[in-house]
Ligand binder design. Structure first.
Ligand code: UD1
Length: 418
C-alpha cells in the first residue's frame, strides 16, 4: 500500500509544467482503432488508466510503447473483438472502444465497465446512441455483445450532455454511412480535442464545443501524429493548492479559457491569477474568503472534477460557503475525511454547507476516490503538522506523480510504500 506523508504549512513557490489531459488522451487512444497504421500521440500522461488502455489495445492486437509522454501505437493488426474482462473492470473508459471496434470488426464483447466509485455511473446513453446508429445489443451473463455490419448516421438527442456518451457516439459515427447529429451534446474541451484528432485523421466533424455536433461519415481514416491538450483539472488543483497553502507559483502548458469557472471562483475568494499565452501565475498571501454558492454542472459550468478540491479550499476560507453537486450523486466521500482534519462541513440534499475554520490539523486520512484524494493532499499542504494520505493509487489515476509535481513547488510531500 502506498501513502503520501505531507508536512503542512509551507507556502508554495516555483514553476510547473502541466501534463496532458487524461480525459482527452483516453478517447483519442480508442479513436486510433478506427485507422490502420502507426500513430504518435504526444503529451499522454503516465497514469494507471492510460496503462490499462494501452494493455487493452495490445490484447486486441495492437503494439504500443509509452515513453516520455509519447505513445507510439501501431493499430494495423487489431483483430480481437473481446475486451479482456479484468482490464474492462479496471477502467470505465474502456467503453470508448466499443464504437471503434464495432466499426472495424463488426462485433464487440465487453463486461460491464468499472471505474471510480462515485455514485451510480450508468451507460444507458451510450447504449441508446449506439442502438440509434444501428448496433444490435445483447446482454448475457454479465457480458454486453454489440453487432453491426454497417452503422448508419441519424439524429441523436442526449437527455443529459454526457461527456462519455457524446464521445462514444462521435467515435461510432465517423465511419458510419450518412450524417449523425448529436443534440444536447457535451461541450467539454476534451470533446473538441477528440474532434480535432478525428478531423486530422480525415473525419468530418463540425460543432464540437457547442451543443450540436454534426458528423458526416467518411469512407476511411488515416493514422496521424497529435498532441493532447493540457489537463485543466490538474492545473485547477494547483490553483486551489496555492489558495490553501499560500504562496506564488506559475504553471506552464495551460489553456486558461478551459478554467474560466474555477478562475472566477478563486479570484472572488482572493487568489490573484494572471494569464498570458499558456502561462498562468497565481498568488495568495491571505486567508481566502468563502463563496456563497457553487453548483457543479457540465462545461462551461464549474467542473465536478474540481468539486472536492474546492471544498478543501473553502473549508479554510472565511465565512460560510455552499457547494451543490449535480453531476454525480454520492461525490461527497471526502467530507468525512476533511472533517477528521478539523473541517466543519454538513451535507444535506446534495449540497455541502461549509463553515470555514481557521486551521486544519494533520492526521491519517483515506483517499476514497481520485478527486477526493487530491482534496486531502491539498488539505495536508495547508494543515498544521503531518498528514498521511492512504490509498494513493486512486490519486495516481489522474495525476502523474502528484508528489513530484508538488515537490517542484516547494511542498514537503513524500511517497512511502509499505
Ligand atoms: C467524464 C470524465 C470524468 C468527469 C465527468 C463529468 C472521462 C474519462 N471522465 O466522465 O472525469 O467527472 O465526465 O464531467 O472523460 N450518465 C447516465 N447515463 C450514461 C452516461 C452518463 O446517466 O449513459 C450520467 C452519469 O451517471 C453522471 C452524469 O451522467 O451522473 C455525467 O456522466 P458523464 O458526463 O457521462 O461522465 P463520464 O463520461 O463518465
Amino acid at each position: 500500500m502506498e501513502t503520501f506523508t505531507i508536512e503542512g504549512g509551507r507556502p508554495l513557490s516555483g514553476t510547473l509544467r502541466i501534463h496532458g489531459a487524461k480525459n482527452a488522451a483516453l478517447p483519442i487512444l480508442a479513436a486510433a482503432v478506427l485507422a490502420e497504421g502507426q500513430f504518435h500521440i504526444y503529451d499522454v500522461p503516465h497514469l494507471k488508466d492510460i496503462d490499462v488502455m494501452l494493455q487493452i489495445l495490445t490484447a486486441l492486437g495492437a503494439t504500443a510503447t509509452h515513453a516520455d509522454g509519447c505513445v507510439s501505437l501501431d493499430t494495423t493488426s487489431i483483430s480481437i473483438s473481446h475486451v479482456p474482462d479484468d482490464l474492462m473492470g479496471q477502467m470505465r473508459s474502456s467503453i470508448f472502444l466499443v464504437g471503434p471496434l464495432l466499426t472495424r470488426l463488426g462485433e464487440v464483447t465487453i463486461s460491464r465497465p468499472g471505474g471510480c466509485a462515485i455514485g451510480e455511473r450508468r451507460i444507458d446513453l451510450h447504449l441508446n446512441g449506439l442502438t440509434a446508429l444501428g448496433a444490435k445489443i445483447e446482454e448475457s451473463e454479465g457480458y454486453i455483445i454489440f453487432r453491426a455490419k454497417q452503422l448508419r448516421g441519424t439524429n441523436i438527442f442526449l437527455s443529459f450532455p454526457s461527456v462519455g456518451a457524446t464521445e462514444n457516439i462521435m467515435l461510432a459515427a465517423v465511419l458510419a454511412k450518412g450524417t449523425t447529429r448529436i443534440c444536447n451534446a457535451a461541450r467539454e474541451p476534451e470533446i473538441i480535442d477528440l474532434a480535432n484528432f478525428l478531423n486530422a485523421m480525415g473525419a468530418r466533424i463540425r460543432g464540437a464545443g457547442t451543443d450540436t455536433i454534426e458528423i458526416n461519415g467518411v469512407a476511411r481514416l488515416r493514422p496521424v501524429s497529435y498532441r493532447v491538450i493540457p489537463d485543466r483539472i490538474v492545473a485547477g488543483t494547483h490553483i486551489l493548492a496555492v489558495g490553501m497553502a499560500q504562496g506564488h507559483i506559475a504553471l506552464s502548458n495551460t489553456i486558461p479559457e478551459h478554467l474560466t469557472a474555477l478562475i472566477e471562483v478563486a479570484r472572488s475568494c482572493g487568489v490573484e491569477i494572471k494569464a498570458y499565452h499558456d502561462i498562468m501565475e497565481m498568488k495568495c498571501s491571505n486567508r481566502p474568503r468563502g463563496y456563497d454558492r457553487i453548483i457543479t454542472s457540465p462545461y462551461p459550468g464549474f467542473p465536478t472534477d474540481l468539486q472536492a478540491q474546492l471544498m478543501a479550499f473553502l473549508s479554510l476560507a472565511r465565512g460560510t460557503s455552499v457547494i451543490k453537486e449535480t453531476v454525480f450523486e454520492g461525490r461527497f466521500k471526502h467530507v468525512n475525511e476533511l472533517a477528521r482534519m478539523g473541517a466543519s462541513i454538513y451535507v444535506d440534499l446534495g449540497s455541502a454547507f461549509i463553515r470555514g475554520v481557521s486551521r486544519l490539523s494533520g492526521t491519517t486520512v483515506e483517499a476514497t476516490d481520485l478527486r477526493a484524494g487530491a482534496a486531502l493532499v491539498l488539505a495536508g499542504l495547508a494543515a498544521e503538522g503531518t498528514t498521511v494520505v492512504e490509498q494513493v493509487h486512486h490519486i495516481d489515476r489522474g495525476y502523474e506523480r502528484l508528489e513530484w509535481q508538488l515537490q517542484q513547488l516547494g511542498a514537503s510531500i513524500a511517497r512511502t510504500t509499505a
